[in-house]
Design a protein around this ligand. Structure first.
Ligand SMILES: [Zn+2]
Length: 112
């Protein structure tokens, strides 16, 4: 299983946890994943299918990328929690694109 990802050269650890809970404001609820920029950590809930966990990893990586680029702040200044909506829609699209375009991915990585 994947143990870390890199976000703009920074190592972000990836861990699988049981019964992941996320606190938003005063509300704590179950979640499939969470990203912490203060701990450079992505947590994935164990109770999801392997395929769902991959999409969740993509989702949390997008949160990390938006955070690294300051895009989450731009979005949330426009509308509270807009980053969640953008990431929620973009993650399955990115996941699908990555799966469907291995040749394009190899090209982006510097291949022919
Ligand atoms: Zn999210």
């Amino acid at each position: 299983m994947l143990r870390s990802v890199r976000i703009l050269g920074q190592k972000v650890d990836v861990v699988i946890v049981e019964d992941l809970e996320v606190t938003t404001g005063s509300v704590t609820s179950g979640a499939n994943g969470a990203y912490s920029n203060t701990h450079n950590l992505i947590e994935l809930d164990k109770g999801q299918s392997p395929e769902r966990m991959r999409v969740t990893l993509m989702h949390e990586c997008l949160h990390a990328l938006l955070d690294a680029g300051g895009i989450d702040d731009l979005l949330n200044a426009h509308h509270d929690d807009l980053d969640e909506q953008v990431v929620g829609r973009l993650a399955p699209l990115m996941f699908s694109w990555l799966r469907e375009n291995p040749t394009a991915l190899a090209y982006l990585k510097g291949g022919d």
